[in-house]
Design a protein around this ligand. Structure first.
Ligand code: TXA
Ligand code: MG
Length: 325
């Protein structure tokens, strides 16, 4: 694989030139940073898989600039998919639809369906407007690791492997998009995400759950081990007993609002002092990245309340912790 001197900047022209030459570029979105390439060129898509060390069975999301592009890449689009996109896009909603043949098999990992979303970030929307192709973009992290929410996370994880990081500042939502699909017209939730379940349900009251199927993952974001730090990590409702049982260990803590006085201040991240899940969610991954960099013995994460963004946060942290259970 080519080694690069990775540059970070806000130069859209430069990003476009790399992408037009079938190179990969990290792009900001409202959810997490993506590692983008021309979704219609096998060569570019292969480079995304290689840089991430992502298994080829794991399909990519195709990012388009607007709803008017949808039927270029997908077919048999149910009316409700249009309504959902009209309502929630640009935004953190990904919909899986039957693909048109213009989308190469490698992009969808051989699946007959393609996952599509319209990202809500001004730089990336402007970039998509300058390009005459859509962007395949998984989260810009090595396979299985925590997703990046600032340009520095990308540099740390993929520096040297990609030519350019388009810096759009910290991701506003900080959790991946919500992924849905249809089976015989019935909507299924494939991945909880930054579009809150309650909001989705207000639109799709009959949505069903399709998760935790580890034998043949429909969406590898559903694999039980994913999004993990290198440091051993546990998730629990109350962290005090674990802290007390491990008093000789170097422990990092992520809590919603509670202080744990036994923990050194630099190892303690409180996500929202007034327990606001919307304030907490965008900070979760950055907190994990930070604590993982301290080379501690363990990271303890408090389980969030089971509503709103708490659902997706718990989902990710369960998968992150599964590696160590
Ligand atoms: O917020 C996001 O969705 C970010 C930003 C960059 O857009 N992207 C992201 O991509 O999280 P990735 O590749 O890390 O996760 C995409 C998820 C995976 O679980 C993948 O398996 C699933 O979507 N997926 C993609 N295409 C699919 C398809 N055709 N059928 C089923 N699942 C699919
Ligand atoms: Mg990912």
């Amino acid at each position: 694989m080519t080694a690069f001197h990775t540059e970070t900047g806000t130069d859209l022209k430069k990003a476009a030139l790399f992408l037009e030459a079938d190179e990969t570029v990290a792009i900001p979105t409202e959810t997490v940073y993506g590692l983008a390439g021309n979704a219609l060129h096998e060569k570019a898509v292969h480079k995304i898989f290689a840089a991430k060390k992502r298994p080829l069975y794991n399909p990519l999301i195709v990012h388009i600039k607007g709803l008017e592009e949808l039927d270029k890449y997908a077919k048999e689009i149910p009316a409700v998919a249009y309504h959902l996109f009209e309502h929630f896009s640009p935004g953190p909603l990904t919909i899986i639809l039957p693909k048109k043949s213009i989308v190469p098999d490698v992009t969808t990992a051989g699946k007959a369906d393609v996952a599509i979303r319209i990202p809500n970030h001004p730089l990336t929307l402007e970039l998509l407007n300058q390009l005459d192709f859509p962007l395949a973009a998984p989260s810009a992290n090595p396979f299985g690791y925590i997703s990046p929410t600032i340009a520095e996370h990308v540099m740390k994880q993929l520096g040297g492997k990609i030519p350019y990081i388009l810096d759009g500042g910290p991701c506003r939502q900080g959790l991946e998009s919500t992924v849905i699909g249809f089976q015989d017209g019935v909507p299924f939730l494939h991945r909880l995400g930054a579009l809150r379940l309650e909001e989705l349900q207000s639109f799709l009251p009959d949505i069903r759950f399709k998760m935790n199927d580890n034998t043949a993952p429909v969406s590898p974001g559903m694999l039980s081990q994913h999004y993990s730090p290198n440091t051993v990590m546990y998730l629990a409702e109350d962290l005090s007993p674990i802290i007390n049982n491990n008093c000789r260990k170097k422990i990092g803590v992520i809590s919603l609002s509670r202080e744990y006085p036994e923990i050194l201040p630099e190892r303690m991240v409180i996500l929202s002092s007034n327990a606001d899940l919307n304030e907490a969610a965008p900070k979760l991954y950055a907190a994990l990245h930070y604590l993982d960099s301290l080379e501690l013995d363990m990271i303890l994460v408090e389980r969030m309340p089971e509503y709103g963004m708490g659902l997706a946060m718990n989902d990710r942290m369960e998968r992150a912790a599964a590696k160590f259970s």
